[in-house]
Each structure stands twice: as C-alpha cells, then as structure tokens.
Design a binder for this molecule. Structure first.
Ligand code: ADP
Length: 258
C-alpha cells in the first residue's frame, strides 16, 4: 500500500489536508436499547466548519465519538473521502483515521510542558521531528513562546489553543471539537471563538464543532446540522435555518436570536 493510500498527503508545512467526512445512515443504540442516533446521513465538506447543534442528549457527542472511532455505530458507515473507516465489516482504529479531537475540558496533562502536551500524539516521529511539528502547531496558535511552560500558567483561552495545537499537530484531515468553548468564561468566549475560527481557516482543516448554543453555531459554522432526539432535523447555512426553518423545533431553536 502506498503512503497516499494510508494517510492524506502533506501539502505545505503546518497545513492540514482537508477531507470530506461522511456519515451514511448511521444509527446507534446504547446497551439499554435506547435510540441515540437514528439513520443520520450527513457530510462535512473539505475545509468547511460544520456545527452540530442540538439540545443536550440529542446525540451530538455520540456522532463525534463514532467518527473518532471511540464508539461504534449499530448500523451505517462513516467515510473519509472515499475510504470507509467504519462500517458493518470495517473498523479503522482511531490512530489511523487522521481525525483530531478537541475535548470540552481541553484534557491537557498538568505535569507535562506545553511542548510535551502537543508532542504527545506524535509517536510515529523521531523526538526531534516531533518537536519541530509541535513547534509549528504551537506557532499556528500563537503560543510558541510558552513551549517550556506548564498548563497551569495559561489562561483558559490559551489552554484551549494548546488543545487545538495538540489536535492539529499530526495534521489531521478532519478536526472534531466537542463543546470547545463551554469551559470558558463568557467574556472570553467571543475572542477565543474568533481566534479558533481563524486558526481553522489557516490550517484548512475540515472541522465538526459540537455545540448546544444556536448563536455559537451561527457565528462559527459554514453550515449547521440540527439534531433532535438522535435524528437530523435540518442542515443548511445559518441563514437558511433562521429564515426557512424546516419545522417549529428549528424555528424555536433560533427564535431567541436577533
Ligand atoms: P449530546 O452530545 O447531544 O448531549 P450524547 O451523544 O452525549 O448527546 O447522548 C445521547 C443520548 O445517549 C443521551 O440520551 C444520553 O443520556 C445517552 N448516553 C450517552 N452516553 C451513554 C452511555 N455511555 N450509556 C448509555 N446512554 C448514554
């Protein structure tokens, strides 16, 4: 198998190769047999920021976890470009998916320096190469000056950027972010959101961002996918959902916005 079969080509230093991530008729049940996801067909197009919006319990995190390979769907498949990464007879391990994940609580290791936190996932590279890649990722988020510091000296917004650098360091084809701003002070949120969007645009990653906040989805998403009780209700631009909601649920979600 050639290298291009195995992982997306590297384009320019520090720039991610954007891919299309598609869910085809994905359903999911937990052991209790409660429906978590029902027949979800949805794709994030190369380089777009797709927001997964919905109330708590609507299945957003489960859909991300299925894409990342830390949860398995009960039916349907997931494709990265044309390659099936999860399906009835296929399960590509998370580390081979070229998918980066940013957790809600940033999940930085407090006892490791910022550099080592970012270098953590780069195990396939030599120590020096990993350091170089980690420094590129840190400079992408404007924190190369903090390489030797420990996470506790950073503000919440800066820690979020380190988590972003760690996810971008292996140059994933797709970046998944689960409520990435919910742990931040409300005064910081706007700034960090704008910074994150700029970094995503520069790195050209395809990104799926989970949020329960309609305003956040409208600010961030090129498109928004709205979930309710495990079903996809509507996908479109913020304008489409706001001006032409598919039903009262969608209208209600956006009604408090100006
Ligand atoms: P969201 O991210 O939209 O809040 P989730 O994907 O976390 O939704 O959860 C969807 C549904 O699955 C919820 O009803 C939740 O209670 C249930 N659920 C989540 N994790 C588990 C689990 N480990 N076992 C059983 N049910 C779960």
């Amino acid at each position: 198998m050639s290298e291009t079969d195995e992982k997306p080509a590297r384009v320019t230093a520090g720039v991610t190769f954007a891919a299309r991530l598609a869910f085809e008729q994905v359903s999911h049940r937990f052991v209790s047999d409660q429906v978590t996801l029902e027949d979800v067909t949805l794709a994030a197009e190369p380089g777009e920021v797709l927001c997964l919006l919905g109330p708590s319990g609507s299945g957003k995190t489960t859909l991300l976890r299925i894409a990342a390979g830390i949860e398995t769907q009960s039916a349907g498949r997931v494709l990265l470009n044309d390659r099936e990464i999860a399906g009835p007879n296929v399960f590509l391990p998370p580390e081979q998916r070229s998918i980066g994940l940013v957790f809600q609580d940033f999940a930085l290791f407090p006892h490791l320096t910022i550099l080592d936190n970012v270098r953590f996932g780069l195990t396939a590279l030599s120590r020096e190469e990993a350091k170089g890649e980690a420094m590129i990722a840190l400079s992408r988020v404007g924190l190369e000056g903090y390489a030797g510091a420990y996470p506790h000296v950073l503000s919440g917004g800066e820690q979020q950027r380190v988590a972003l650098a760690r996810a971008l360091a292996p140059r994933p084809a797709v970046l998944l972010m689960d409520e990435p701003f919910s742990g931040l002070d409300s005064r910081l949120k706007d700034t960090v959101r704008a910074e994150t969007l700029a970094i995503l645009r520069q790195s050209r990653a395809t990104a799926i961002v989970v949020t329960h906040d309609a305003e956040e989805a409208m600010r961030l998403g090129d498109r928004i996918a709205l979930l309710r009780a495990g079903r996809l209700v509507q996908v479109g631009t913020a304008e489409e959902l706001y001006l032409r909601p598919a039903d009262l649920f969608v209208a209600g979600f956006f009604s408090e916005l100006n």
